[in-house]
Write a protein that binds this ligand. Structure first.
Ligand code: ZN
Ligand code: ZN
Length: 236
């Protein structure tokens, strides 16, 4: 029992540290690239950090329990032997995780824009106007819970190498932060390229924060396009 509590506490510390480093790094870069962009937002940023640290515990606890079960009881389909699956499966597994997470996010996010769930859960995230690099995990606990269960559930369903899981988490963290920071870090030619056209970067998610009832996706524009909720890119 103590080991589970310890794992949950350790994972909470890791998620909180990862948030502070990544958001802090991109906030620092924002100060260089767009000086003054966060001017006058100190009060908002303090709230974003507060909600994000609370979310770190909500993300850390299920992740810690699953990590403990993996180590102690061989739970999950996470593998560490490079030859356990063919090499082509390494990038495929990353893609499967991102697609599954994106699908879950699109539909839960769209649901949270209905009036009641919005008031209860999602208004906290939209209280950031405009969001900053610190808003990446600025969620009400109810919303944080809907996000926190995804990866811990997927590791029971879809086999993945531990290193590829690290890649998934890195993509999740960097895109979560950079999509809120208020400027586009990808070059214009890439954002408008055939591949870039299907990916969600800051110019797409910023428009969600401006217009609310569109651009609900996380990584890919697939569901927004299929469901007619894609309103294109904002100008950043
Ligand atoms: Zn957002
Ligand atoms: Zn929203």
């Amino acid at each position: 029992m103590n080991a589970i509590v310890l794992a949950a506490a350790a994972m909470t510390g890791i998620v909180a540290g990862r948030y502070l480093l990544t958001s802090g790094g991109f906030a620092w870069a924002t100060g260089r690239v767009r000086p003054g962009l966060y001017g006058g937002l100190n009060g908002q940023i303090r709230k974003e950090i507060g909600w994000s640290l609370a979310s770190a515990a909500i993300y850390g606890i299920p992740a810690g329990v699953v990590a403990w079960g993996w180590q102690e009881h061989g739970w999950t389909r996470i593998y560490t032997d490079w030859s356990a699956m063919p090499a082509w499966y390494l990038p495929v597994s990353v893609f499967l995780y991102l697609v599954a997470h994106d699908t879950w996010f699109y539909w839960t996010h769209r649901w949270m824009h209905r009036p009641r769930p919005f008031r209860i859960a999602h208004a906290v995230h939209h209280a950031s106007r405009p969001p900053t690099a610190w808003a990446a995990m600025s969620f009400h606990p109810v919303e944080a819970l809907t996000g926190a269960v995804v990866i811990p559930a997927l590791v029971f369903l879809i086999p993945i190498h531990a290193a590829m899981l690290g890649v998934v988490l890195a993509v999740m963290t960097v895109m979560g932060v950079s999509n809120h920071m208020g400027w586009e870090m990808f070059p214009r030619w890439f954002v408008h390229s055939r591949v870039g056209n299907w990916l969600i970067t800051a110019s797409h998610h910023q428009r969600h924060h401006d217009l609310y009832r569109c651009n609900y996706g996380l990584y890919f524009r697939f569901w927004d396009r299929v469901c007619g909720t894609d309103r294109g890119l904002g100008t950043l």
